[in-house]
Design a protein around this ligand. Sequence first.
Ligand code: PLP
Length: 392
Amino acid sequence: MSKSDKTIEKFDSNVIHSYGRYPLVMEHGEGRTAYDEDGKKYIDLGSGIGTNSLGYCDEAWADAVCAQVRRLQHNSNYYYTAVQADFAERLCRSTGYSKVFFGNSGAEANECAIKVARKYSFDKYGKGRHNIITLVNSFHGRTIATLSATGQDVFHNYFFPFLEGFINVTANDIADLKAKLDDTVCAVMLEYIQGEGGVNALEQEFVDAVYELCAQKDVLVIADEIQTGVGRTGKLLAGDWFGKKADITTLAKGIAGGLPMGACLVNEKLSGVLTPGTHGSTFGGNPVACAGALAVFDRVDDEGFLSEVQAKAAFIREKLSACAEVAEVSGIGLMVGISLKTKKAGDVAKEALDRGLLVLTAKDKVRLLPPLTVSESELGEGLDILIGILEE
Ligand SMILES: *Cc1c(COP(=O)(O)O)cnc(C)c1O
């Protein structure tokens, strides 16, 4: 029995089987490369689902995190910390938002967004205007509220009753949106690029219609940028590609370089909606996570960083367009969906693992979410393995 096999046996006999895991035991990582317990090397083009935004154990990030963990690892939100103040200021300044609430995950960031939207509407208009429009094929998280928000029937099972108050509109269907955006609605929640739903970017026309109709009715726009945010698409926020700023933007995944953090950003109009006692989180705004997040923003805000992300994205698309098995490449920036002509995405991901390459899938597509710091030579090496599999 290999070391990995022993770990897998121990793991599976003690951890609830709520994931379909690949038989890979990660031992350590360096830059864009992961190593398993048996010493095998993997080029990682998935970055822990877009979470290790600076790759593995980036020096400046690790130094900041280690220094903070030796200074103060946690304090309750009844007190202040300078590091949370510093990161909140940086985040608001970089994104142009007025205020932020910190949680620890994407689902928590979206829970906060839902609460802000409903309370804003309740404070101003009273009861009965609590519905939130979400899109078919969206993904907003795994808590009961965010599952209820998620516009995919496969997630609406077992855990009945789900939370009421979510209405699904077909993405890019303006007539459907108009028909459902009535006086019971307080917000429209969307991903500019649906990630788990298959790496599908919304059409500009539809996004324009959402903002226009919402503005007319004082309905809030919530942008779930948990996967698309923090430089993933080659802009700080994906909304920048659409020329839009939502009333609320949620971030998580890559925000702290691999430490748990979720952020719910609100504009000026919403900055006073949550008052003492109306929301909270024990770990939210944890100093160590904030130190990691500051290190991520130090890099992402760097002159030229995002244009490099865009150049790498163009490189990926150019390489993939030359592959005969590739039907279409979707997404923006380093959020890449690959539709295949004949092969199954799941089989490709398994074969890639065997050959030392980590890729993701989303619905029937192969999905790449490389670390933002990936180099062209690392990308080239990884894509050669992938294209080798696709062209076999
Ligand atoms: C991953 C994801 C979430 C959920 O984030 P968690 O940290 O797993 O709770 C929500 N929305 C989108 C768009 C995501 O990609």
